[in-house]
Every structure is written in structure tokens, then in C-alpha cells.
Design a protein. Structure first.
Length: 371
């Protein structure tokens, strides 16, 4: 992406810092590092890091070890790259001292307790008078609304995943296992140009489709039962997320009934999306519709979530989130009905919140659910 995009994001962040209790903010997560700098290094395990950003009114610093040094210099030209030799926790006090930091805000969602303790210890042993606090809201508020370039990248990722799904549908057959189907689908997504998957493909058949986050196993596809797929492509750092439920062979009265209820619940929620309405109200519209059918209590998760650099972002469309929707937000609407011993149906579309309401980004035909 052009450096102007990152300059604009950093300017917004600095305004937030100026209105906060911090003079310095430290960014640890893959997603926020990329969002602010363009650096795409990915953390390993819980105790590993691909680096951090240190941002003040006047300083832009990216520190990492030698594995990522060249990558960081190439991908984050706005940042001064510091390559540490021993450890991040040893290097950080030196950096904070060099920029005269006194009030430091940490992005804590990716900060392990062990690293936190070590950082405090190193700062104390360096005789630095620095106040450390937690803050995750600044970056959440910056990323919650997408600009035109972000929306375009999400649409490009979505097109890959939908094109792949249409190809995949033609390959589904009786006797195929969930694992086989998931691999075929993943392969198509990658061959069609995705950098990676947004998440592992969910491929669930029969009673397994009653598990919202089923893990593909050796169960074989059978005729006249639900086949639930949840899938997404990642392209240029941005994700897509879609769910569709199919039936192999002739449909059944029960499948048609459940499918139609889920479809209507989704439609009613999408029709009410507009700037100013609370996320919890959209969840309630779909949930109440399902609760007033024969399947009361069978919709067990939130209605949706934001999508962007991360597959799950703010806002959450659930009864617990009263965030007001705003123009530029990208959210999923994914009601479902899950019946133990029979199966489940989930339908998920990606929605852009516009000044005039909802813009459905998906193009797949809902009526074409038999294979």
C-alpha cells in the first residue's frame, strides 16, 4: 500500500495519543503492526514476537531481531528499524530512555504475563521512571471503520473465496469425507490467488453441522443431509468470511423449513442495518425471529462480527455489544439453527454499512443449495 495510507493512519493515532494519558504507545499484535506500518512479520508461539512498534508524537520505531530486519526495512519505510541482538525485553528500556518516554500504553491482548513481568523488571533495573498502562481501545477505534482501499481489498478476497466455492460445489459427491472436502476447498482458494486462508475451512456434514465450529473429520457426505461450509480467503492482508449450507441430492421438508427460517432471519437483520443502530439491536432482530419458531434456543452464538485485517474484529453483533454501527464498518450477518442429532444450517454474508443502509458484498445465489 502507498505510504500515504500509513501516514494518514499514524496521524489519526497520534491525535488519539494526544488525547490520552500516554506519551508513548507500544504495538505488539501482527494486525496492528501491519495496519500502522505495512510490516507483515508474524509472531510464532506465545513466547515469540516478530517485533513491536513504538510510537510517540515524534518517533516511529520498529524493533525486531535479525530474522526480520531486512523485511522490516523493506516493508516499513516510515519507521526507524532497530535490530536487537539479545532480546526485546532487554532492548525496550534503551528505546524508551532514548525517546524520554514517561507514560507508556501497551496493547495488552498479545502481551503474555511472562513478557509483562520481564518488561517491568528490565525497566525497574534500568532506573527509569516510567508509568506502564494497558490500552487496547485506541487501535480498535481506528480500525473499526474501513476506508475505500480496505473495502476494495476485502471485496477482492471475497471474490476469490466465492469463485472457489462455486468450483468446489461441482466437485462435491457422496462418500467424500469432511477432511477431503476441506482440503479440496483450501487448495482451490490458494490456486485462485489467495495469499492464505482467513481461517481453516469448516466442512461439516450431517449431525456434525450442528457444531458451529466443527473440525473436519472422517465422516462421509451422505444424501439428504446438511453440509455446512465456513470459509474465507486472505489477500494483501485482508480477510473474507462466508458460510453456506448445502444438501446433497433431494432436499427434505425439514431442511427446507430450517433453511428458510435462517434465510429470513438474516434478511430481516440486514434490512435494518443503518448508521446509528446498535449492534445488539441487529442481533435481537434475527434472534427474536428464530426464537418465535419451532427452533427456539437453537441459535447459540452472536449474529456476526467485524472483519478486516483480522477475521474477528470490532464490532461484535451480539446482545452484549451496544456499539452503534457507522458508515464504513464491514460486518458479517450469520444466523444459524443447530439441532443435535440432525445437523445445522448457517448462512453468512459480509455487509458494508453505508449512509443508506446495508450493502451486501456477497453474490452467491441462496436458492442454489442442492448439489
Amino acid at each position: 500500500m502507498p505510504t500515504q495510507i500509513f501516514e494518514k493512519r499514524i496521524t489519526k493515532l497520534r491525535k488519539e495519543i494526544a488525547n490520552s494519558d500516554f506519551d508513548t504507545i507500544i504495538i505488539l499484535s501482527d494486525e496492528n503492526r501491519m495496519y500502522l506500518s505495512g510490516y507483515t512479520g508474524e509472531d510464532g508461539g506465545y513466547g515469540e514476537t516478530a517485533g513491536i512498534l513504538v510510537i510517540t508524537e515524534n518517533d516511529l520505531i520498529l524493533t525486531c531481531d535479525s530474522r526480520y530486519n531486512t523485511q522490516a526495512e523493506n516493508e516499513a519505510p516510515l519507521f526507524s528499524v532497530i535490530c536487537y541482538e539479545k532480546s526485546l525485553t532487554k532492548e525496550l528500556p534503551k528505546i524508551l530512555k532514548s525517546i524520554n518516554a514517561s507514560k507508556v500504553g501497551f496493547e495488552t491482548e498479545r502481551l503474555t504475563f511472562k513478557m509483562y513481568e520481564t518488561i517491568l523488571k528490565e525497566i525497574s533495573e534500568s532506573n527509569l521512571d516510567i508509568k506502564i498502562s494497558a490500552d487496547n481501545n485506541i487501535l480498535i477505534n481506528l480500525r473499526i471503520k474501513k476506508d475505500e482501499s480496505e473495502i476494495s481489498m476485502i471485496q477482492n478476497a471475497l471474490k476469490i473465496s466465492e469463485d472457489s466455492f462455486l468450483q468446489f460445489k461441482k466437485l462435491i459427491k457422496e462418500g467424500m469425507t469432511e477432511k477431503e472436502a476441506a482440503w479440496i476447498f483450501e487448495k482451490l482458494i490458494r490456486e485462485n490467488g489467495a495469499d492464505s486462508l482467513s481461517f481453516d475451512v469448516i466442512s461439516a456434514s450431517g449431525e456434525n453441522s450442528a457444531l458451529p465450529h466443527a473440525i473436519p473429520g472422517t465422516r462421509k457426505f451422505n444424501k439428504n443431509e446438511p453440509l455446512l461450509f465456513d470459509f474465507g480467503a486472505r489477500l494483501n492482508g485482508y480477510c473474507s468470511d462466508t458460510s453456506r449450507t448445502l444438501i446433497l441430492g433431494k432436499s427434505t421438508d425439514k431442511f427446507d423449513q430450517v433453511y428458510n427460517i435462517v434465510f429470513q432471519a438474516q434478511k430481516k437483520a440486514v434490512d435494518q442495518i443503518r448508521p446509528g443502530i446498535k449492534a445488539s439491536e441487529i442481533d435481537k432482530i434475527a434472534r427474536d425471529y428464530i426464537e418465535n419458531t419451532d427452533y427456539k434456543g437453537k441459535f447459540s452464538h452472536g449474529l456476526g462480527h467485524g472483519v478486516g485485517i483480522a477475521i474477528h474484529e470490532a464490532p461484535r453483533l451480539s446482545k452484549f455489544d451496544d456499539t452503534c454501527l457507522e458508515q464504513g464498518m464491514i460486518v458479517t450477518i450469520e444466523p444459524g439453527i443447530y439441532i443435535p442429532g440432525w445437523g445445522g444450517v448457517r448462512l453468512e454474508n459480509m455487509i458494508e454499512v453505508t449512509e443508506n443502509g446495508a450493502n451486501v458484498l456477497n453474490t452467491l445465489n441462496y436458492e442454489d443449495y442442492q448439489v
